[in-house]
Write a protein that binds this ligand. Structure first.
Ligand SMILES: Cc1cc2nc3c(=O)[nH]c(=O)nc-3n(C[C@H](O)[C@H](O)[C@H](O)COP(=O)(O)OP(=O)(O)OC[C@H]3O[C@@H](n4cnc5c(N)ncnc54)[C@H](O)[C@@H]3O)c2cc1C
Length: 414
């Protein structure tokens, strides 16, 4: 009899898993349940959709033909609300029950909405799902100014896009330097220059204390350092958590996300998790981490799909490759787990062009992480080096404590 695979979530983790299940099991029944109203779209470009620069069609990753050809049944606009792992059933918001032989949880993350006073006022936004972006499209058209809160990668995207859409942008960053902790001092300087060129007003070392409103609408943002910013529009990006609350009563082992092993299998043999909803063990630091980027989500989806349907299990290796563009600068963040920000010695290398630079993180003679600004060919080389964990004899001896010349690093890598 054909096996029944249910996937909750239609992001890169869920859809890549479905594609790989089909490769291994041609007879499989595959159903994808997703809260989004449209099939998989390229979420990293959602800021451009939110400011009205792109229509949703431009974000679509696959045509509808793909789902027909691969015989993937999509249940869109439907939320999974309950898991009964004993009876192997997922229940949805519309009261339907889906039985499964194998289940994949690929529900991504939910943005954090902090408990600031006034957070429910109209005009205060977070964003992850398409419906958030739909609401933001309306206010972006009307507003003259916006306060963007949170200096992470998403905050930077929104500050840039909102400015390009013609709004006056005040950008509040909790850390004392914009770009920290992903970039070193030099990288942060380049990023700040980009925002200055864009005309975004960056306020560092500060955050929201409270929102004040008039008639239920946002009117003012009070900051922890005593500023009062008048605005009817605030975008908050201060972190996210795996979207796994619906599983809390199920008996499945959950911490921040669904706990999975190296094969992305959960505490239940027939349940897997991949992408932003899965919590894995960082192979270098051994810490529990959730990887929140597109590349890792689709890689995990591929491995989970294979392991759900096939007889030859694959192990997930956890190397990250995150592409980031800030103004005119392109960065590649590469590394094992959280290596780029958490461990080892960090050294940066500058070339003749001051906007081309590499920062590497080394540990016991091996490069475990890198940030590459410009230089796409070197990114590929470094990615291979990091993935294969090639030991470079006396690496730490060659590498000065804090900074060096790009030529020197290229010789070491050759
Ligand atoms: C604004 C923004 C910018 C980004 N920029 C970048 C970038 O530049 N580079 C990069 O690598 N990554 C970026 N990311 C992150 C990247 O998009 C995510 O890491 C990736 O989409 C995660 O894939 P996923 O499949 O794990 O989850 P998601 O893509 O989040 O998909 C999860 C799916 O699960 C569904 N879902 C959730 N709960 C339920 C439920 N209970 N029932 C049914 N369905 C449910 C959701 O509707 C969604 O379809 C960005 C993200 C955002 C929001």
């Amino acid at each position: 009899m054909a096996k029944n695979y249910v996937i909750v979530g239609s992001g890169p983790a869920g859809i890549t898993a479905a594609e790989n299940i089909r490769k291994v099991d041609t007879r499989a029944e595959i159903t994808v349940i997703s809260a989004e109203r449209v099939p998989m779209f390229y979420r990293p470009r959602i800021p451009e959709y939110a400011v009205g620069k792109l229509e949703i069609e431009a974000l679509m990753v696959k045509t509808m033909n793909f789902y027909d050809q691969e015989r993937i049944k999509l249940q869109l606009g439907v939320r999974a609300v309950k898991l009964d792992k004993e009876r192997k059933i997922v229940e949805t918001s519309e009261g339907k029950q889906y039985g499964y032989d194998k289940l994949l949880i690929a529900t991504g993350i939910d943005p954090i909405m902090p408990s600031y006073p006034g957070r429910d006022l109209k005009g205060v936004f977070t964003m992850h799902y398409l419906y958030h972006a739909d609401q933001m499209r309306i206010i972006t058209k009307e507003a003259k100014e916006v306060v963007v809160v949170g200096g992470g990668l998403l905050g930077m995207d929104m500050a840039e896009e909102l400015k390009k859409a013609g709004l006056e942008v005040k950008f509040l960053v909790r850390r004392h330097v914009l770009g920290d902790p992903f970039f070193d001092e030099y990288g942060c300087k380049l990023i700040q220059e980009e925002f200055a060129c864009l005309g975004v007003n960056v306020f560092t070392g500060t955050e929201v204390q409270a929102f004040e409103g008039v008639d239920g609408k946002l009117a003012k943002i009070i900051t922890t350092d005593g500023k009062q910013m008048e605005s009817s529009f605030c975008f908050l990006s201060i972190g996210a958590v795996p979207a796994v609350n619906w599983l809390r009563e199920s008996g499945l082992k959950i911490d921040k996300g669904v706990l999975v092993d190296g094969r992305l299998q959960s505490s239940e043999k027939d349940i897997f998790s991949a992408g932003n909803s899965a919590q894995i063990t960082d192979p270098v630091s051994k810490k529990q981490i959730v990887q929140t980027n597109w590349f890792n989500a689709s890689t995990q989806g591929r491995i989970a799909g294979n392991n759900m349907a096939g007889d030859e299990p694959m192990e997930y290796k956890a190397t990250t490759n995150y592409l980031k563009k800030v103004g005119q600068l392109s960065f590649n963040l590469i590394g094992w787990g959280n290596a780029m920000v958490e461990m080892g010695q960090r050294t940066y290398f500058k070339g003749d062009n001051p906007r081309e630079y590499i920062m590497i993180t080394t540990r016991e003679g091996v490069i475990v992480g890198a940030v590459v600004c410009g230089l796409p060919k070197i990114s590929l080389k470094l990615k291979e080096q990091i993935e294969k964990q090639i030991v470079i004899p006396n690496l730490e001896k060659f590498i000065p404590q804090k900074e060096g010349k790009l030529d020197m690093l290229l010789k070491i890598l050759a």
